[in-house]
Ligand binder design. Sequence first.
Ligand code: SGN
Ligand code: CA
Length: 506
Amino acid sequence: MKKNTLLILSMLIGHLLYAQKKPNIIVIVSDDHAFQAISAYGNKLVKTPNIDRIAKEGAVFNKAYVTNSICGPSRAVILTGKYSHKNGFKDNETSKFDHSQDNFAKHLQAGGYQTAWVGKIHLSGKPQGFDFYSLLPEQGQYYNPDFIGMDGKVIRKEGYVTNLIEDASEQWLDSRDLSKPFCLVIGHKATHRTWLPDTTDMGRYDSVKFPLPANFYDDYKNRAAANVQDMTIDKTMAMGYDLKMLSNVKNGDGTVNRMNVAQKAKFDSYYKPIEADLNKKKLSGKALVEWKYERYMRDYMSTAASLDRNIGRTLAYLDKHNLTENTIVIYLSDQGFYMGEHGWFDKRFMYEESFRTPMVMRYPSVIKPGTKSNDMVMNLDLAPTILQAAGLTVPADFQGESMLPLFKDKNAKRRDAMFYHYYENGEHSVSPHFGVSTKRYKLIRFYKRVEGWELYDLQKDPSEMNNIFGKKGYEKITDELKAKLNNLIAQYQDEEAKEILKYATH
Ligand code: SGN
Ligand code: CA
């Protein structure tokens, strides 16, 4: 009897200890990786088995969005759990991130976690809240990239960036204090422009013919901001810089110039015959644009192959070290990207392809394998999700909502509309704008470069080709959306948007 009681007691204590064991957290943030380029999101022409594995063993978010579709600002939102106007980092071109402000890593550290960020962060200065970091300066380079360490020293590492970031991540995991839970952010450069694949992946998609999106030849009718952008595959995408047809590019290209002899030889042996063939064809007009599109897709998907493979290495590391059960893995991009929709590459717009981001999450004790979520979640929600998972208090001024209740209660109350605000008014000429989106409708206010409203019915017009603002029959929904927009602006305290709306009469 006594023996049995002891046994039961020790089992109970063991169970309690296990239940209280804080989960480890790995957040993998890629750059410009479109959901349209992921097999878990339905693309049958590409293979992303490791991102798919996270989705299969956890959840895929079909309605994950960002608050400001651009690199540094998105990472600032992920870190702080606050909109750009609150964390101060509104755009890549003029903002400076204040690292002394609150962020989720500082709370984890104080709560007994070991924390690290490896790879791209795109917020210059010294990150705070991390026990370790090794970062790409700014955009970083694909080949033989520089890394900045905590001592501020820059070292150049030989190899391909996506592999090197995974190597450094695993080195940190190997050297960590095993008695503490950890949180590691792996920030990838891939699949950012100029979509330069690892030498082993060059040509990986050459047998695939990617079909043109139905709205590739968009005429931008009734959409003034779409009409003035500078991000078309036709006009903006460069034959040399972007598509690596380098014979006529003086002094070569910055990224390619970093390659060592063996890498450059492989690069030349792949791209030079393509250029020779192109020169023979003498393409022009539609034939040339479509050739550019095809090259873009092949380079982009080949660059993503290394990204997915290295995500697989992270998962294999967790398996090998018996960490899979108690580690949350979240994969997302800093925003979405255009894969030829509207004739574009790049992002920035509140239209679906760039507003939305791929996001998958595995958390074995909480998320049922194969979960498909259609709830509207945002990059803003990551910080509160992470803190809640770690059993820590979410500060009242964090503006996101933890995603964990979604997995525990189907009827958990969730936002019914999302607020978006994009500020940058430079490269690619996308007009600043903000707006509100529900699952069915989207209302956007453009300002500065272009003034005006746009309204879309996402059910009838998922490609957002038909701006119905001001059209008969939409008065009621427009009023409702304007009210929602005003409410969200008040809730998130976006004074600038509030001010703009005062004068937004047409
Ligand atoms: C660079 C790119 C742009 C891209 C921005 C922002 N030009 O400036 O095409 O939109 O980054 O991207 S490049 O010539 O330098 O490649 S972000 O991912 O950092 O937001
Ligand atoms: Ca980006």
